[in-house]
Design a protein around this ligand. Structure first.
Ligand code: FUL
Length: 483
């Protein structure tokens, strides 16, 4: 009888150990998980504003100035791809109100320009080049419209919603629907040339407007400063905070919850909110050049600066959205092409070989075979190492077999079960002793830890020191930054 009981206990422990950990806190949706995989994408601005050499068109530019001498969507998208970008959000209509696709919703559209003899559809051309090159496609249709005579009246919302419906119907599956909280102000407004103010809490009826997005494009991540799927990081410099939570509760500065864009408490946006109500990872948007539109006197950022932004966005569990600005030919300038390619190669070559690949790993605790340490080095984010339920601290020791030189440590949590880890340290074995090289807080979808100088060692330890629940980790990587 006693041995039967022991056998029963052993079996039930083994079975129990194979059950996955309980999820913790707010969790990502399927569409957000797909967004996390994109990591780096672009947002492209190319409208009459380009030809005016401005950042915000007033809405009064003659459509005839939209006359690129040699528009080539493939040139732009190939350059983006060489930069490692995996998606493109096209600004289909910016604040100036000019629609880049033929539409009956406004007369201020591409058919009134000389582009392709008035028969062009730039959204289509970009979409086709994007898909041909294997990238994902998204759109930004500015709610603020400085051209439309009806802007500010109760007739404008139907126009804006009809524009979204056209963009959601005619350009395949979208990975993002990008929105900002632009609130009105001065503009052309059909010749009135005046200031029009709107109440941004009600004017765009976001609840029902975004219901259209959900219905027509269920995989489109809605970006805005308050979420819903992806939140703005709170700056246009391209970086999240050092500690970075994918969870967030949109709040106004007075602490009251908000549900409409343009009102969030931006000081909290770069870091996110630990145990926030929603999974709302940050997008770090930053133009490749100084402005969002092309200006002949600006220069693109160099590859080292871009790599640094990559570490501070993707490497903090956020996304990097790089602004692409075609020139008046309708192509990216050679300098931009070179900057993208050099940056893309740097990322590719840095992360080509995981120096920990053949390491043997010892864990202070494991949940069972399915959640064994082997999952940490299999290159798959779907499998993960986990601890038993009551183990909220654990250590992983990697024996690299031979001495390896690296300056980047990559960690990934298994985010379908939430963001769990709150503190950890990293030690390397040097001169016969363990030496701490990093003290960390959040991990999330991806954490890239850049050491100031490369270290050479044959052993490394990761100590997870604080988590409210048992731990999951899906991947560990060691890399040496490519020159
Ligand atoms: C902002 C706009 O006001 C800028 O012009 C640009 O489009 C940027 C990406 O978003 O909200």
């Amino acid at each position: 009888m006693k041995s039967v009981l022991i056998l029963f206990l052993l079996l039930s422990t083994a079975i129990f150990a194979q059950t996955p950990p309980q999820p913790y806190g707010a969790l990502p949706s399927k569409r957000q998980l797909a967004w996390h995989d994109v990591e780096v994408y672009g947002i492209m601005h190319f409208t009459p504003t380009t030809f005016e050499n401005k950042e915000w068109g007033f809405g009064d530019a003659d459509p005839k100035i939209f006359n690129p001498t040699d528009f080539n969507a493939d040139q732009i998208i190939k350059a983006a791809k060489a930069g490692g970008l995996k998606g493109i959000v096209l600004v289909a209509k910016h604040h100036d109100g000019f629609a880049l696709w033929p539409t009956n919703t406004t007369t201020y559209n591409i058919s009134k320009s000389p582009f392709r003899g008035g028969k062009g559809n730039l959204v289509k051309e970009v979409e086709q080049a994007v898909r041909k090159n294997g990238l994902k496609f998204g759109v930004y249709c500015s709610p603020w419209d400085r051209n439309n005579p009806l802007y500010g009246t109760d007739k404008y919302l139907a126009i804006y919603q009809a524009q979204l419906k056209e963009l959601y119907s005619n350009f395949g599956e979208l990975f993002m629907s990008w929105h900002d909280g632009a609130n009105g102000g001065d503009g052309y407004y059909g010749g009135a040339k005046e200031k029009r103010s709107i109440d941004n809490t009600t004017y765009y009826d976001w609840k029902n407007t975004w219901a259209i997005t959900r219905k027509m494009q269920p995989m489109a991540n809605i970006f805005s400063d308050i979420g819903l799927d992806i939140r703005w990081v709170g700056n246009e410099d391209g970086h999240a905070a050092q500690t970075s939570w994918a969870t967030f509760t949109p709040m106004a500065p007075d602490g009251k919850s908000v549900a409409v864009p343009g009102q969030a408490n931006y000081p909290q946006s770069p870091e996110g909110i630990r145990n926030g109500k929603f999974w709302m990872p940050a997008e770090c948007d930053v133009p490749l050049r100084k402005g969002w539109f092309y200006h002949p006197n600006d220069k693109p950022k160099g590859p080292e600066e871009l790599f640094d932004l990559y570490l501070k966005s993707v490497g903090r569990g956020a996304g990097l959205d790089l602004g692409l600005a075609p020139d008046t030919r309708g192509q990216l300038h050679d300098d931009d092409v070179t900057a993208l390619k050099t940056f893309g190669d740097m990322v590719k070559h840095t992360f080509e070989h995981n120096l920990a690949k053949n390491a043997s790993v010892k864990a202070s605790n494991s949940r069972g075979k399915k959640y064994d340490v082997a999952m940490l080095l299999d290159g798959k984010r779907e499998s993960y190492w986990a601890t038993q339920d009551d183990m909220h601290q654990a250590s992983l020791e990697l024996d690299l077999k031979t001495a390896k030189t690296f300056d980047i440590i990559s960690l990934q949590e298994y985010i379908p079960l939430g963001q769990r880890i709150e503190a950890y340290t990293i030690e390397i074995f040097e001169n016969n002793a363990w030496k701490k090289v990093y003290d960390g807080t959040s991990i999330g979808a991806k954490r890239l830890i850049k050491l100031d100088t490369p270290v050479t060692t044959n052993k490394i330890k990761i100590n997870i020191t604080r988590s409210p629940v048992c731990i999951t980790l899906s991947e560990i990587g060691l890399y040496k930054k490519a020159g």
